[in-house]
Design a protein around this ligand. Structure first.
Ligand code: RB5
Length: 154
């Protein structure tokens, strides 16, 4: 499995630690920045990582900013990206089982490393349940295809 990774300055330290965690698990990553000591806009780095998922270079993404919120807002502008800010084990689990999340966003200013590792572990190992959840995601996909007009969603 290969994951796209990106952060701004507020997510940088947590990103570095989680990259190490992923390496130990044998997961390949592409780090799209930012680098150490830079002060940047999260948008610019989130976009790069998300594009690599859309282009099929990476299977999913983990994005870091101060809260995980800005990165989620950016990532969810893109069709077929389901970005989910997660802050505990429960949100990590249902982000996969219900939302089929393909982009986890984490906040370097709100999570400690142990909690972040637990979230990543659950996000990586929980399967999508399908069924009624697939129907709901299909409606979101239909909205994207219909230019957000809420008709013909079935
Ligand atoms: C940067 O100061 C901060 O605003 C950013 O990391 C993030 O929390 C935005 O959602």
């Amino acid at each position: 499995m290969r994951l796209a990774i990106a952060s701004d300055h507020a997510g940088y330290d947590l990103k570095k630690a989680i990259i190490e965690f992923l390496h130990h698990k044998g997961i390949e990553v592409i780090d799209f920045g930012c680098g150490p000591g830079e002060i940047v806009d999260y948008v610019d780095y989130g976009v790069k990582a998300v594009n690599s998922v859309i282009e099929g270079e990476c299977e999913g993404a983990i994005l870091f900013c101060g809260t995980g919120l800005g990165m989620a807002i950016v990532a969810n502008k893109f069709p077929c990206i389901r970005a989910t800010p997660c802050w505990d084990e429960f949100t990590a689990r249902v982000s996969r089982s219900h939302n089929n999340s393909n982009c986890l966003t984490l906040g370097g200013r709100v999570l400690d490393l142990e909690k972040a590792k637990q979230i990543v572990e659950i996000w990586l190992t929980t399967n999508f349940e399908g069924g009624r959840h697939a129907r709901r995601l299909n409606k979101i996909e239909a909205l994207e295809k219909n230019n957000f007009k809420q008709n013909n969603l079935e």
